[in-house]
Ligand binder design. Structure first.
Ligand code: TYD
Length: 224
């Protein structure tokens, strides 16, 4: 079954320290100044239950969390986010910008934690009833640059961020593989480019999407 909704759904993905939030904020500002209604949101989180799940899975101090438990917590947060926040906004015709979505689970839990990218993708397609972004902006970051950026100042690293550089290197490869498999759905940009240049390139791609007739073919495979 396919469903249709008139909004535009854009996910920002990339390793820790890639600058996703900065670029989501830049794009939101540019689109709002053109009169569009933009909803900015993030994962894990985005709903009251999602924010609780976020602190469960990211904060240190909950003891060991095994990989499958971790994957299920991210998927549970995403299920609430997709049904309670993203789909309703798209149905209202809004532009939804999310900081992370399914690809983060495929990369971090599927590749990083070695659960298998296909298994994690299937779990998340089920969790979201197949809701896919119209475009994923992948900010490709070298793990070393990512670490330097996120430890600048006194910022403490969360459970995932504090994994070894080798873990982050696997994640980087997984993101790039996802983009290479479906190039028309992705905009891949090197995260080291200046903020303004990244913002301009992202806006140009989004403007070309907005000029198309409203998406009638968003992949929304209902898996259950
Ligand atoms: P995020 O909020 O993007 O952290 P930051 O804003 O500090 O970059 O993501 C928090 C962490 O959660 C990040 O290390 C990536 C990880 N994560 C997963 O492992 N799987 C997922 O499905 C998601 C959404 C995030």
């Amino acid at each position: 079954m396919t469903t249709q909704n008139p909004g535009l759904f854009i996910a920002f993905e990339g390793g820790d320290g890639a600058g996703k939030s900065t670029q989501a904020a830049e794009l939101a500002g540019a689109l709002e100044s053109r009169g569009l209604t933009v909803l900015r949101t993030r994962e894990p989180g985005g709903t009251p239950i999602g924010e609780k799940l976020r602190s469960l899975v990211l904060d240190h101090g909950h003891g060991h969390i095994d990989a499958r438990t971790e994957a299920l917590i991210f998927a549970a947060s995403r299920a609430a986010h997709a049904s309670q926040v993203i789909r309703p906004a798209l149905d209202r015709g809004e532009v939804v910008l999310t900081d992370r979505y399914i690809d983060s689970s495929v990369a971090y839990q599927g590749a990083g934690r070695d659960l298998g990218t296909e298994a994690v993708r299937d779990l998340n397609e089920w969790a979201t009833s197949g809701l896919q972004p119209d475009l994923t902006v992948l900010l490709d970051v070298d793990p070393e640059l990512g670490r330097l950026r996120r430890t600048a100042g006194d910022a403490a690293e969360d459970r995932l961020e504090s994994e070894a550089d080798e873990f982050h290197a696997r994640i980087r490869t997984a993101f790039l593989d996802l983009a290479a498999a479906l190039p028309e759905q992705y905009l891949v940009l090197p995260a080291r480019l200046p903020v303004e240049e990244l913002a301009a390139r992202i806006l140009a791609r989004v403007e070309s999407l907005l000029s198309l007739p409203r998406r009638v073919n968003r992949v929304t495979r209902v898996t259950a």
